[in-house]
Design a binder for this molecule. Structure first.
Ligand SMILES: Nc1nc2c(ncn2[C@@H]2O[C@H](COP(=O)(O)OP(=O)(O)OP(=O)(O)O)[C@@H](O)[C@H]2O)c(=O)[nH]1
Ligand SMILES: [Mg+2]
Length: 318
């Protein structure tokens, strides 16, 4: 007994403590739609916390992605792409990005370096200048893999617009300079202890992540206006036995014609969406999943404040 007591006392002494130079803080990831904000964050986390697609305006909420190593905890706040909104959902998305900027210790501005700055990039630069109070701004010139020389002719234009503290050309997908960029961000964070337990990776619920993975699968299969008119809600999430989870979810669209497209001929489209989503959800949960999908029409849900709230969007003042 005595020996055991001595052992636990000494092992307690060996418990890791926070190093004095540990850094932690909140990083707002901002930029116009489709530049690779979510892809970059997921790559650092080694896990899909935010869904990704080739269609603009994929991310609709502020999503935390928490990266922890022995030197730092970086709390990424992925945001919806800043754009000129055309309905209330768009406005709520842009407001979310603006609010997130205010909460940040460091701003990570992501641009697509393979393309010249667009009017939306100008909106982003203005939003940063208006909503920050002198926090450091890191500029990631992303998608450098698309430029054969590995250099962007548009770098000077982006630098002039954003006026960053530091900048780097990167490729979120191929990995060029991704680790270096993370190091630069960490160096700019304040000294302080971690905010979250080291094994926590996001603040999202499994139900929300499941609905997002279904939306991602649908974004992949659908085109034109349908992806934008789509909202997904997880209705039921039940562990059937030790190996299987039963999930039922509804895909809401705004019009009958969209509903017909989502279901497809003989239900083929919905089946394809369900198959892709199920694979991703099984990977997330590490369990077999039985997925039941429903499609319903919810007219004009993107335009009404009460509808947006019911679908879980944080409308200002809510
Ligand atoms: N070639 C290339 N494609 C990339 C890179 N990073 C992201 N992409 C692609 O760009 C598209 C958009 O990526 P997302 O991560 O969804 O972009 P986002 O900025 O989060 O977009 P929103 O959520 O709509 O604001 C996807 O098809 C990605 O695969 C990159 O470094 N190189
Ligand atoms: Mg995104």
């Amino acid at each position: 007994m005595d020996d055991e007591g001595a052992l636990s006392a000494s092992s307690e002494l060996m418990l890791p403590t926070t190093p004095l130079d540990f850094r932690s803080g909140f990083v707002a990831v901002v930029g116009r739609p489709n530049v690779g904000k979510s892809t970059l964050m997921n790559a650092w986390l080694g896990q899909k916390v935010a869904i990704v697609s080739s269609k603009p305006q994929t991310t609709r909420n502020r999503l935390l992605g928490i990266y922890t190593d022995s030197t730092a905890q970086v709390i990424f706040m992925d945001t919806p792409g800043i754009h000129q909104p055309r309905h209330l959902l768009g406005k709520v998305m842009v407001d979310t990005a603006m609010r997130t900027l205010k909460d940040a210790d460091v701003v990570l501005c992501v641009v697509d370096a393979s393309e010249a700055p667009t009017p939306e990039d100008i909106l982003v630069a203005e939003a940063i200048h208006r909503n920050t109070r002198g926090q450091p701004v890191v500029l990631a010139l992303n998608k450098i893999d698309l430029l054969p020389t590995g250099e962007s002719p548009y770098t000077p234009a982006y630098l002039e617009m954003v006026a960053p503290t530091v900048w780097l050309t990167v490729s979120a997908t191929r990995g060029d300079y991704r680790d270096e960029l993370l190091k630069q961000i960490i160096a700019l964070l304040p000294i302080g202890p971690a905010y979250y337990p080291p094994d926590q990776i996001t603040d999202q619920t499994e139900r929300f992540l499941v609905a997002e993975l279904i939306r991602e699968a649908a974004l992949h299969h659908l085109h034109q206006e349908v992806p934008h008119a789509l909202a997904v809600v997880t209705d039921e999430f039940t562990e059937r036995d030790e190996r299987t989870t039963y999930i039922s979810a509804t895909l809401y669209v705004e019009r009958d014609s969209q509903k017909r497209i989502v279901i497809g001929q003989d239900g083929r489209m919905l089946k394809a969406i369900g198959q892709s989503a199920r694979q991703e959800i099984e990977q997330l949960l590490g369990r077999h999943v039985y997925l039941d999908l429903w499609v319903k029409v919810w007219p004009k849900w993107r335009k009404k404040e009460t509808d947006l709230r019911r679908l879980g969007y944080r409308v200002k003042g809510a």
